[in-house]
Design a protein around this ligand. Structure first.
Ligand code: FE
Length: 204
């Protein structure tokens, strides 16, 4: 059956990116937003923040027991001190992986994510499939990421909200015992801080 394209919805571009661009154009024309300010925000979270901030936190937790205790208790004072504070990261909770428990983070409602620590979320994090399935069948989803958990390892799924954002502190890899804090920072991956990956053993 031929589809009638002579009605208003057909003027919307089909792809989300194009729709966003169209929205941005309208809001700019109405003087409601400043595109330079928008570009600045995107550049900040995409290029200047990114997962290296989270990696700094994780590596410091590995080498500094007091810092680790503070981060697991209430990370906000220390994060503010470190300047790792800002929009979409006002109330962070850090959950630590151990040999007994693995943690993974999702936002089932939309795409809440700790921007000041991880930058902008990857596309799959925002996908309907990840958001729905990681709650229902987390082990199967993690297996698709190449991560097979031991059967006796507990799995906790944390659902982010507008109020609370979670960061996973992955286990320090075997073989990294003699590495400096800077070397450790370089080991920590984005996905290990979402919980869809673990860090591989470091070979000498
Ligand atoms: Fe969300």
């Amino acid at each position: 059956m031929p589809h009638d394209h002579d009605h208003p919805h057909s003027v919307l571009p089909p792809e989300p990116a194009l729709r966003i661009k169209a929205l941005e154009t309208i809001l700019t024309q109405k003087g409601l937003i400043d595109p330079a300010a928008l570009d600045e925000i995107i550049d900040t979270y995409q290029n200047r923040i990114g997962p290296q901030n989270g990696a700094k936190v994780v590596a410091k937790m590995w080498v500094d027991a007091d810092f680790r205790a503070d981060m697991l208790n209430d990370p906000m004072p220390r994060l503010r001190e470190m300047g790792l504070y800002g929009r979409q990261g006002e109330h962070m909770v850090i959950v630590e992986n151990t040999s007994e428990v693995h943690n993974v983070v999702v936002c089932t409602l939309c795409s809440c994510y700790p921007w000041p620590l991880l930058g902008l979320p990857p596309g799959w994090y925002k996908s309907d499939a990840y958001r729905a399935r990681v709650v229902r069948e987390p082990r199967a989803v993690l297996a698709e990421f190449g991560l097979s958990l031991a059967e006796d390892q507990k799995l906790r799924v944390w659902d982010s909200t507008a109020e609370i954002r979670y960061l996973v502190a992955p286990e320090r890899p075997k073989g990294s015992e003699n590495m400096s804090e800077d070397e450790l920072i370089a080991l920590v991956t984005r996905d290990s801080m979402i919980g869809t990956a673990i860090l591989p053993e470091v070979s000498a």
